[in-house]
Design a protein around this ligand. Sequence first.
Ligand SMILES: Cc1ncc(C[n+]2csc(CCOP(=O)(O)OP(=O)(O)O)c2C)c(N)n1
Ligand SMILES: [Mg+2]
Length: 582
Amino acid sequence: MGTVEPQVAQSSAVQDVTDGFHLVIDALKLNDIDTIFGLPGIPITDFTRMAQASGLRVISFRHEQNAGNAAAIAGFMTQKPGICLTVSAPGFLNGLTALANATTNCFPMILISGSSEREIVDLQQGDYEEMDQLAIAKPLAKAAFRVLHAEDIGVGIARAIRAAVSGRPGGVYLDLPAKLFAQTMDAEAGKKSLIKVVDPAPKQIPGADAVKRAVDLLKGAKKPLIVLGKGAAYAQADAEIRSLIENTGIPYLPMSMAKGLLPDTHQQCASAARSYVLPEADVVMLVGARLNWLLSHGKGKTWGGKDHKSWGGQKFIQVDISPQEADSNVRIDAPVVGDIGSCVSALLAGIGASWPKPPAEWLNAIAERKNKNVAKMAETLARDPKPMNFHSALNVVRDIVKANPDAILVNEGANALDFTRSIVDMYKPRKRLDVGTWGIMGIGMGFAVAAAVVSGEAVIAIEGDSAFGFSGMEVETLCRYNLPVCVVVFNNNGVYRGTDVNPTGGLDVAPTVFVKGARYDKLMEAFGGVGVHATTPAELRGAMEEAIRSRRPTLINAVIDEAAGTESGRITSLNPQSARKK
Ligand SMILES: Cc1ncc(C[n+]2csc(CCOP(=O)(O)OP(=O)(O)O)c2C)c(N)n1
Ligand SMILES: [Mg+2]
């Protein structure tokens, strides 16, 4: 095993030799991977150059966490693993948050990091950027692999792809030590060593008995409800899911990233009556949705239980790819295990053509609540307070999204997140990308870049001013690649609001407060993008319309009443309370 300079490998004298660099690139391309999100440096700088030269699209970021988030959401949008490439130790660690978040959210991604020399790392002799990356990645990834020999690259990439997308998708770590890249082997043997993965995410067909059990349970329901989760959106079984909802006539609730799977304006959408349907439903069918904190663990007062831990008496059907998901929080009476597309198809067959619609009493009771809440919201949205608040600003965003249903909405923040989720209707599947299971801040610009790169559609990123700060430097990336992204920073001068004061009267401002009246729009102008300072709904509307029309990278600093937000948005109750009197 010798080493050759990459330039030499391409010269005619050694045409029949390939190396680690090229084998990794060829293995990715063989598996239809066309984009890499990353950040160059030792030992992967040349790799990024060669990848670009080979026709792969290489999108370089300013921080690996954003590249990782981009890879993860590209995976969610395409069902192909998103690739994030980083340098060793610090670059790897910067990408790790995104990898862990991908695993938590079931997004398929592969974090590929260069690493230092094994012999030195294992003896802890202090190599450049020394770190046992494989060991650190393992607990945070669905799977983790290391390739030591060029002839194993094909297997390594194949295993990483399968692990990322099969079954419940997740984040995979692939460790590539520096030495691997320069290893050479015979070109023909190298080519033969690569694997084109056949059927990377095989269908998993649910058992007929499980489907029958679920259909029987649904048949007896007086107040049925369907909850659509992110898994249902990921599955790309949009037509089948729509048929399931419409053929049964059952009201449904979309979780945040399942919004738009059917248009939020659909008659059967019960979002505007959520607090009524959850405790009232007698049979709940979860489709690619987990009973985690976002659904109050399927119990407690939200579900009509007596106290915060009591079961509300509902029966649950759970359609999920993971057999381990059932009973995670409450009893699941009818687990249906398989990929969402196969499960929903089987359920549709079981339901047949003459399924009786749910009792009119149930549908009417929901419609009544829904109409009342929608009317109340319309009244709030019609107000035009000075200064602008979340509602009057989001009334504009709501119109813009309605007029541009193919645009992708990225969303993070606390109030900026919760109000957007409830006010802005989505019309098409996988158009809403947000903070997901962890409520993580920092996904904004990474998701926006990937959404634009992968789809070619316009992207609207609604960002709390704090949330934006986590990935704000990537506005340069938006400008560098000239991406059609309109960032709207909901600037209320801080985390949740901008009105806290330092109780000591000291010079430091309160921990949640930022520089008042900051001009985030100037940041975008610094890199040649369009910056707009908007203080009224009319200014916001004009700027958003122009951004969508021009497809130029745009940042609108939308000034929001600094007193309008609430602590932690809608999850105030998760803050622990001190027992001491203030
Ligand atoms: C990585 C990470 N760090 C910290 C938090 C805690 N957190 C939740 S929301 C939020 C910011 C909320 O402020 P902003 O984005 O300005 O939204 P606003 O409520 O003001 O609209 C923070 C820091 C988090 N969720 N994720
Ligand atoms: Mg804020």
